[in-house]
Design a protein around this ligand. Structure first.
Ligand code: M6R
Length: 611
């Protein structure tokens, strides 16, 4: 959570920083602030969104060629002007922005108070910058060294940027556990939590590694780690288009991202799969296929929507590869004493590649000898850098807080992984393998057909926008889709929604059903079709309102349901990629009709980099 931006060079820093903060606002939107250095240090900060900060600051003196900015998702201290970043040290020289959490801040604060330090905010960051000031003042070292010494003592996660009023030609940054990218221009440097604020100015970037400190300025870029070892910056070329991070005519990023799915799934499959030639190859995991084939067990760890993709993968891997799969919430797994060994393969799924619980679960499984594969979207993020191998989803930047195109790309990659293993292991007949390849290739067109239902879904949304509860039911491969549909609705419309396996309804949730309860059934033609038809009848018998996602041409459910949404036919293993799309659109329209902030729902942030 929290987004950070920095600039040093010959351009005006403020426009770069404010635009960068707008791009990073998905990471947190409780408050925002900037510090601009131009002879003196000017700090402007405000509770609320980046636009509130801009309104507040726009008539001030914003001229500067060095500056840092922050958009906050509150951890220590409520959202307020005082707790907004940047934070200044007591002597007024140093200013810092920080994404992460300093766990030993309370002890540091007590020590600093004894030395006479005072604090204006409740944040760990203000403690952190004063801790650095204290070291800087009491040792004869330069500022980068004072930062390094401080970092050897703090416990927790950080991506930080610091400027010193007495050294306007220097911008210092460091990271551990929170992401940080440096953009390299001609005599200028950019830094940010991800590449979106940078892509407009340069495509040359360096992803800072954990425990590295970077110093940028007129002397160039130098990087050292906490052990004082200097490292040569590894410059990479950004593979990101500016259009990918703009709304492109859509009202919301979420809608744009839902509509991008034919392309994002296509991008994910491209170069990896050729059904006509019967070819499938995921280069990133090819060295690990044998390891997975002979694994005792596959453990999937993830959070939120990525966990739902993991559940779909459980059905697919067990069906295709005949390997036992367990799907774990990363947050539970990391705090248990899980039984994991060298013959286990862990697949970690994460859009952002930065989710703190998933990262910690990976470290735990790694320490127990498991092989870790990653399925991530953000290139260069922390998870792909800590796993043994993996495959990117190539869905492009996902900016709406509610995950949509990342989910379908994750399932696409996981399906390809399972197919690769199944083919090598011989657990799938060649004909079945080929059939699924063709079906995967057809998914982008089928998703496009689902998007044609947008207007119909909007009409259905109108009828249910005032509901206070929703139930989502599915069976088999569509059960995780029910969970995902419910999550989408609750996170952006604030309607209470629950996803359940349809057969479990009679063990409790059926008590909730009356004429006011909308029940969304994902009831496409598959091996449990007859069973789910019975479940629909059970709901209708209790006067529930049924919205059913069915396969085109369905003759039975149309007679029973209040509303039907027909999606193209696909095998049951492929269906989640298709059946989820109407649910994404339904929640989108309901949220818009309820006047909710679709892209930035309350209390949420896109990257959950705290436990
Ligand atoms: O970046 P990750 O995929 O690791 O994020 C996991 C969850 O935080 C994320 O899926 C969250 O549940 C979304 N808001 C769902 O739309």
């Amino acid at each position: 959570m929290c987004g950070i931006v920095g600039y040093i060079g010959n351009r005006e820093a403020y426009p770069i920083i404010i635009k960068g903060l707008q791009r990073l606002e998905y990471r947190g939107y409780d408050s925002a602030g900037v510090a601009l250095l131009n002879g003196e240090m000017n700090v402007y900060k405000k509770q609320g969104k980046v636009a509130d900060l801009h309104n507040f600051a726009k008539n001030e003196n914003l001229k500067a060629h060095v500056g840092i900015g922050h958009t906050r998702w509150a951890t220590h201290g409520a959202p307020s002007d005082e707790n907004a970043h940047p934070h200044m040290s007591n002597n007024g020289r140093l200013v810092m922005i920080h994404n992460g959490i300093i766990e030993n801040y309370a002890a540091l604060k007590t020590d600093l108070k004894k030395k006479g330090y005072t604090f204006q905010s409740e944040t760990d960051t203000e403690v952190f910058i004063n801790f650095i000031e204290d070291i800087y003042q009491n040792t004869k070292v330069d500022l980068p060294e004072a930062v390094r010494l401080a970092l050897t003592k703090v416990v927790g996660a950080y991506a930080i940027a610091i400027i010193d009023v007495n050294q306007p030609g220097q911008l210092i940054a460091a990271r551990k556990g929170s992401p940080l990218v440096i953009g390299i221009g001609k005599g200028e440097y950019f830094l940010a939590s991800d590449a979106t604020p940078i892509v407009e100015y340069t495509s040359e970037v360096v992803y800072l590694d954990d425990e590295e400190i970077a110093v940028m300025g007129k002397d160039g870029l130098s990087i050292k780690n906490l052990e004082e070892v200097t490292t040569k910056p590894y410059i990479q070329t950004l593979d990101m288009e500016l259009e990918a991070i703009e709304k492109g005519g859509y009202d919301h990023f979420m809608l744009k991202e839902i509509f991008e799915q034919p392309k994002s799934i296509g991008d994910c499959l491209r170069g990896r799969l050729n059904a006509a030639e019967g070819r499938l190859h995921l280069g990133g995991i090819s060295d690990y296929v044998n390891k997975v084939m002979h694994a005792d067990r596959i453990l999937i760890i993830a959070c939120g929507t990525s966990w739902h993709a993991g559940l779909v993968a459980e059905y697919i891997f067990e069906d295709f590869c005949r390997i036992p799969v367990e799907v774990e919430y990363a947050s539970e797994f990391r705090y248990r004493n899980p039984i994991v060994g060298e013959k286990d393969v862990v697949i970690a799924i994460s859009q952002s590649g930065e989710t703190a619980d998933t990262l910690a679960a990976i470290e735990l499984a790694k320490s127990k000898g498991a092989t870790i594969l990653g399925v991530c979207n953000v290139v260069g993020s922390s998870i792909p850098r800590t796993t043994h191998a993996g495959s990117y989803t190539h869905a492009g930047p996902e900016i709406g807080v509610a995950s949509t195109k990342a989910f379908t790309a994750q399932i696409s990659v996981l399906t390809m992984m399972a197919l690769m293993i199944a083919q090598k292991k011989g657990t799938m007949a060649e004909s079945a393998f080929r059939k699924i390849l063709f079906e995967l290739e057809a998914v982008p067109d089928k998703v496009a057909k689902c998007l044609d239902l947008n207007a119909q879904i909007e009409i259905i949304a109108e009828q249910f926008k005032d509901a206070t509860n929703f139930l989502y039911l599915g069976r088999g491969f569509n059960f995780p889709v029910a969970l995902e549909g419910a999550l989408k609705l609750k996170e952006i419309s604030y309607i209470h929604a629950e996803g359940y396996p349809a057969a479990e309804m009679k063990h409790g949730p059926i008590a909730l059903i009356d004429e006011n309860m909308p029940v969304v059934f994902i009831a496409t033609r598959d091996s449990s079709y007859e069973k789910i038809v019975s479940n629909i009848q059970e709901v209708k018998a209790r006067k529930g309102k049924v919205i059913a996602i069915v396969t085109e041409g369905d003759k039975h459910i149309v007679e029973m349901a209040d509303h039907i949404i027909e999606v193209p036919h696909a095998s049951e293993a492929i269906m989640p990629l298709i059946s989820v799309v109407p649910l994404q659109l339904l929640s989108y329209h309901i949220a818009v009709m309820r006047d909710c902030n679709v892209d930035q729902p309350r209390n949420l942030a896109k990257s959950v980099t705290v436990e």
